[in-house]
Design a binder for this molecule. Structure first.
Ligand code: V0D
Length: 252
């Protein structure tokens, strides 16, 4: 494996003791990548899965402990039926080709989002994938599927109301109690959010959980997102943390 000069430079500059624990990624730009190359949108998504494969491997090697990938939002149902149908074939394809590698790399797969409204075959694929990897103790690979953050918050509120009615809530509700009602209850908040393809919005992704996260944007389309971009994001994250540390020190 030949490393570019920039990759070597970044690997030398990154502090292995301060890798962000939880990285979340909005994988945007597959369609635009394809159209600009004169390819079909399907081809963009196919290439997007390749980038998922690479990013999982690179993240796990870097020492990231939780990787959350926004794969399908509750708004994505508005896309053309043929595209939605193609997207829904990807989880099954992903596990067919990637399960051995996920096992080799000790990766545990989890899901966040509303599974109920997903096609049966998708539910089956993701349940099998998470079941087969549930004893892996390395990186958690958390796919957001049919996920929308406002809907998640409302689900939490409604469940809280029910538990309150049932007398299960003692005293008031604080941030910690509330967090336990979200899909991400078992996970720490993301330290770093990456969004590809030039959009600088959160787009209904992890609204509660991203309150204190560092945000990193790139114009690169998801299919072109590579190890160097991941390293750039982590390097920037560490630089911001260092600066923040200095300001705090000087204010003491
Ligand atoms: C297309 C770029 C992996 C974003 C990445 C159903 C759009 C590739 C999965 C996947 C998609 C999801 C769950 C799971 C295993 C794999 C995936 C969708 C789209 C939407 F348990 N890539 N991927 N799912 N794309």
């Amino acid at each position: 494996m030949i490393k570019t000069a920039r990759e070597q430079e970044l690997l030398g500059a990154i502090d292995p003791g301060k890798i962000p624990f939880h990285v979340a990624i909005i994988m945007d730009g597959n369609g635009r990548w394809a159209v600009e190359k004169g390819l079909s949108r399907h081809e963009g998504h196919r290439q997007g899965v390749e980038t998922v494969r690479e990013t999982v491997k690179n993240s796990s090697e870097l020492g990231i402990k939780v990787l959350t990938l926004f794969a399908f939002s509750t708004e994505n149902w508005k896309r053309p039926a043929t595209e939605v149908s193609y997207l829904m074939s990807l989880p099954e394809k992903y596990f067919k080709s990637e399960l051995p590698e996920l096992m080799r790399n000790n990766v545990q797969v989890r899901l966040i989002g509303d599974r109920e409204k997903l096609p049966r075959k998708v539910q089956k694929a993701v349940e099998e994938g998470s079941e087969k990897t549930k004893n892996n103790s390395g990186m958690i690979l958390n796919f957001a599927l049919n996920y929308g953050s406002r809907a998640e918050i409302l689900m939490a509120v409604n469940r809280l109301i029910n538990d309150t009615r049932d007398g299960k809530i003692k005293g008031g509700i604080n941030e910690k109690t509330f967090s336990q009602y979200l899909y991400t209850s078992a996970l720490p908040d993301p330290d770093l959010l990456i969004r590809t393809s030039g959009e600088m919005r959160i787009s209904n992704f992890l609204l509660w959980q991203l309150a204190y996260s560092e945000l990193w944007f790139t114009d690169v389309y998801w299919p072109d997102f590579s190890k160097v971009h991941l390293l750039e994001a982590v390097f920037d994250y560490q630089r911001r943390k260092r600066r923040f540390g200095k300001i705090q020190d000087s204010e003491r």
